[in-house]
Design a protein. Structure first.
Length: 112
């Protein structure tokens, strides 16, 4: 099909030989949709058991997982600054995990 003056015709966007219809591509998209759905369900279940202010900082562990997988899978270089930053993130999550569920001294002192 020839492209018109304004770009490709409407029919060219939906040709069957494009990558959108390539079976491995479709399975990757489907697995992404399923993973996103499962992540949402997991998040909702976590929020039924924990307060948002306690659960949300654990999402920052994704930074640690991405850096680790980058090093292990893609042989990325990691600078000392990144290592220190990742250690600070992990330390923050550990502090929240150990002290996050205790009574808040601010609320306790205000009588709430």
């Amino acid at each position: 099909m020839a492209s018109g003056v304004g770009g490709p015709s409407a029919g060219e966007h939906f040709r069957k030989d494009r990558i959108y219809f390539w079976p491995p591509y479709q399975s990757l998209v489907l697995s992404g949709v399923v993973a996103t759905f499962l992540a949402g369900v997991s998040w909702m279940l976590a929020l039924t058991k924990f307060q948002l202010s306690y659960a949300y900082p654990f999402t920052s562990l994704a930074y640690v997982a991405v850096m680790a997988s980058g090093v292990l899978l893609f042989k990325d270089d990691v600078s000392a600054g990144r290592m220190i930053g990742t250690a600070v993130v992990m330390l923050g999550v550990l502090i929240i995990a150990n002290f996050g569920q205790r009574k808040c001294f601010i609320r306790h002192s205000l009588g709430k």
